[in-house]
Write a new protein. Sequence first.
Length: 76
Amino acid sequence: MSTIDKASDYAHEAGDKIADATNQAAKALGEKGEQLLNAEQKLVKQCCKYTSEHPMKSLGIAVAVGFVLRGLMGHR
């Protein structure tokens, strides 16, 4: 086997290893993305439930947050 053939084999092996690693990384990121989406949906449901059960508190919180953001952003 010539040196060129050996180098070609090593290059193919390295390429296969890189492809496997990127596939594993993509799969892990996909799973984490799905977990984040599920967590977001759960949080939205909880917020909607709280808002419907405590409308006046929710309104007070929204007004307070609005004043804080207005102060931080600098009103014009």
